[in-house]
Design a protein around this ligand. Structure first.
Ligand code: GNR
Ligand code: NI
Length: 167
């Protein structure tokens, strides 16, 4: 197991489109284990492979209180969505930034599990938010891109300033 470095917005690699996983094998399961360790250590409630510079359609999520419910989504596909909810989102790739985003309240998702078996999942609330946030990452989209251009410019300026202080 290993902790993986997480790309930080506005890294252009966060905008790459991830490719579907062709084969669920031990190498992929090793990546999933490293992603889960990285997510729990951060700590975060989700992590997309894109964020660790692997451009394949793999997501890990755990929205449980006690971090006991790891959900693995390989090649996730939203089959159905409905309603609207506004949730204050954060992202491990955009540290310190929390902004309200409007997304679907309910989603029905089809994916492969870590054994390569297809399953479907119905989600609402924060799990539905997280699934949509992670699938956006696989499509090269960071949550701040749901905000106005003005807010995006301010966030970029703030992060650049923060990076200068840290450097
Ligand atoms: O840890 C995370 N928390 C979070 C809070 C509100 C909405 C979405 C998220 S996902 C985020 C982890 C992350 O960056 N996943 O890509
Ligand atoms: Ni994120």
């Amino acid at each position: 197991m290993a902790l993986l470095p997480i790309l930080r917005y506005p890294d252009p690699r966060l905008h790459k489109q991830a490719a579907p996983v062709a084969r669920v094998d031990d190498a992929l399961r090793a990546l999933i284990a490293d992603m889960a360790e990285t997510m729990y250590e951060a700590p975060g409630i989700g992590l997309a492979a894109t964020q660790v510079n692997v451009h394949q359609r793999v997501v890990v999520i755990d929205v449980s209180e006690d971090k006991s419910a790891l959900l693995v989504l390989i090649n996730p596909d939203i089959l159905e969505r409905s309603g609207e909810q506004v949730y204050e989102e954060g992202c491990l790739s955009v540290p310190g930034v929390y902004e309200k985003v409007t997304r679907s309240e309910y989603v029905r998702v089809r994916a492969l599990d870590a054994q390569g078996e297809p399953f479907t999942l119905e989600a609402d609330g924060v799990l539905a938010v997280c699934i949509q946030h992670e699938i956006d990452h696989l499509d090269g989209k960071v949550f701040v891109e749901h905000l106005s251009q003005l807010k995006q410019s301010r966030i970029k300026a703030r992060l650049a300033k923060q990076a200068r202080i840290t450097a």
